[in-house]
Design a protein around this ligand. Structure first.
Ligand code: IMP
Length: 173
């Protein structure tokens, strides 16, 4: 049976989301923003974040990527499972990620989105996990930074389980 050690409490998650929502709202005031959530892990984070943005025009879309095999550290092994439908040409885009680990998924997705010709792309992540970073990606808005460990809850899964947990835990097998 795995052990679950609480890392980020429910109230703290909401507090951090309010904090970055305020900054994002200030940064994009008077502009139209397209939020692109990275499935599946970012679904709760995006839902909570978007309801706290004080912007008049916000569009929402989703992307999904997956990598072949858990041990790979090559962006060439990442494949797109679901593409966006919204036209982002000339638009300001904010990619909403659950957790950035090696950064390879994000690097792949940003490169893919740049192909559509948006006027800007920034990144917002619930968790920035530093230890295994392999791609030089810039995360513009971060709720929490952790050094390492495998986290579950609040959208984050282990083999598709535990996404429903209301707070974030460090899972030890
Ligand atoms: P990266 O390409 O290594 O940055 O991996 C990013 C993706 O791996 C995230 O969007 C998550 O789906 C998954 N991931 C990385 N670390 C964790 C974790 O600690 N818990 C759950 N999923 C994770």
């Amino acid at each position: 049976m795995p052990e679950f050690i609480p890392v980020i409490k429910k109230d703290e998650i909401q507090h951090q989301i309010s904090r970055i929502a305020e900054t994002i709202s200030t940064d994009y005031q008077g502009r139209e923003l397209v939020l692109i959530g990275v499935l599946k892990g970012a679904f709760l984070f995006l839902a909570d974040l978007v309801r706290q943005l004080t912007l008049a025009k916000v569009k929402i879309d989703f992307l999904q990527a997956s990598s072949y095999g858990a041990d790979t550290v090559s962006s060439e092994s990442i494949v797109l499972k679901k593409d966006i439908d919204v036209d982002i040409r000339g638009k300001d885009v904010l990619v909403v990620e659950d957790i950035v680990d090696t950064g390879l998924t994000l690097a792949y997705l940003i490169n893919h989105l740049e192909g559509f010709g948006p006027s800007s792309i920034k990144v917002c992540a619930m968790i920035d996990k530093r230890e295994r970073r392999a791609a030089a990606v810039n995360v513009d808005y971060v709720c929490t930074t952790v050094e390492n460990g495998f986290l579950v809850g609040y959208g984050l899964d282990y083999a598709e389980d535990y996404r429903n947990l209301p707070e974030i835990y460090h899972m030890k097998l």
